[in-house]
Design a protein around this ligand. Structure first.
Ligand SMILES: [Fe+2]
Length: 392
């Protein structure tokens, strides 16, 4: 893991160490690499038209606005094949359900969160994701309609773990982010049940109450010993939007640190893909399109595109139909060739009949059969009355 990070120039502070990779060092626009010791140096640097500089966080101060420097677009080199990780991932997901249910019950009774088991769970999640992210991501596709808060909390934890690993964050930061993801909506416990689960549109007063979940969550995390600032950022900032239209503080632009921006992306993604008792969730593909739209004003564009690259346009669990009529479930996205994932086919829409399940790696087909194995559209598992668990 590199100690070099990049940071927007206006977030550079005294005590940080600027490295020679920074734009402007080579052509003399930035005087030299090294420590920022004086206000004056900072001001001089900020007068240059440079978007960001590189800092060495081992030699100088770190910052919540710094992003890791990607060494490659694909940090994901799964350590084991999906089948090998499947049972371990199921165990971790089971533990997550148990622990999050306990936390929800405890917070309901006004108790603080015992941080140690959350930390352990975050480590187990991160390990499984390093082994093979698709094993846990498969499980996040399976939802029960009345378990929204529980499943959304777990999924935001999983997604932010996958995303931050992809972005190249170090293990300790990924763990803090995962803990923040798991606990980001814990304040919803204190929102009245009829508001939290109201099927229709909220009234203005109800909406005010709903928005309070951020402040309630921050209070719970404050009362709980050992919660890091990173985890608190995730909770406090996940509804802030870059154009200032978010809540609770209406922060904008650089006032929202990178952790809050990442949380906003994964929170929206999971929220819109979830089916609730009163509306059907979007397909992952539709959700990606929405994220792109929201990156015009609400979400960080760079992070949205990184997230799409990380999940691929057809994430695991997506049901796709090929131009030859075969319908299958994506069991392994292809990050280099996103439109050619590995799928397990189960239905033939031309014959309108189920077929014996078969694994087809669209990227590995001989050239002459590729033309008839192109993804035409995404479908819904419900249309076929199947449980995708049987095919993942
Ligand atoms: Fe929330």
């Amino acid at each position: 893991m590199s100690d070099i990070k990049r940071i927007p120039l206006n977030k550079l502070e005294i005590g940080m160490y600027v490295t020679e990779q920074s734009e402007g060092v080579a052509d003399g626009r930035v005087q030299e690499k090294g420590f920022i010791r004086r206000e004056e140096t900072l001001r001089k640097l900020q007068a240059k038209k440079i978007a960001e500089v590189y800092i060495d966080v081992k030699k100088g101060k770190d910052s919540p606005f710094a992003l890791p420097v990607l060494t490659s677009q694909t940090t994901f080199k799964a350590r084991v094949v999906l089948d090998e990780e499947r049972s371990r991932a199921e165990k971790v997901y089971g533990e997550a359900r148990g622990l999050m249910s306990d936390i929800i019950a405890n917070v309901k009774m006004g108790k603080a969160i015992d941080v140690a088991p959350v930390e352990e769970l975050a480590e187990d999640i991160n390990d499984s994701i390093l082994n093979n992210p698709n094993a846990l991501l498969c499980l996040s596709q399976i939802r029960e309609k009345d378990q929204y808060l529980l499943e959304h909390s777990i999924n935001v934890g999983l997604l932010i773990s996958v995303f931050s690993t992809h972005l190249g964050y170090d293990k300790a930061t990924v763990k803090e982010l995962t803990m923040g993801g798991l606990l980001h909506d814990i304040g919803k416990i204190r929102v009245p049940y009829q508001v939290l689960n109201k099927p229709g549109k909220l009234t203005d007063d109800e909406w005010v109450e709903m928005k309070m979940h951020v402040a309630y969550g921050q209070a719970v995390l404050q009362e709980s010993k050992g919660i890091s600032d990173i985890a608190k950022s995730i909770c406090g900032l996940h509804h802030e939007r870059l154009d200032g239209t978010g809540y609770p503080m209406g922060l904008s632009g650089d006032e929202i640190n990178v952790y809050g921006r990442m949380a906003a992306v994964v929170d929206v993604y999971d929220a819109v893909t979830a089916s609730r008792c009163y509306h059907k969730g979007m397909s992952p593909f539709e959700a990606m399109k929405l994220l792109v739209k929201m990156s015009e004003d609400h979400l960080d564009k760079g992070l949205v595109y990184s997230f799409i690259r990380c999940m691929s346009v057809y994430p695991v669990g997506t049901v796709v139909e090929l131009n030859n009529g075969l319908v299958g479930v994506v069991i392994e996205p292809n990050l280099q060739l996103p439109s050619e994932p590995k799928i397990r086919t189960f239905f033939n829409s031309k014959r309108r009949s189920f077929e014996a399940a078969k694994v087809v790696d669209l990227a590995k087909l001989p050239r002459d059969s590729k033309a008839e194995h192109k993804i035409m559209c995404t479908r819904e598992a419900e249309e076929f009355k199947v449980d995708i668990r049987d095919y993942l």
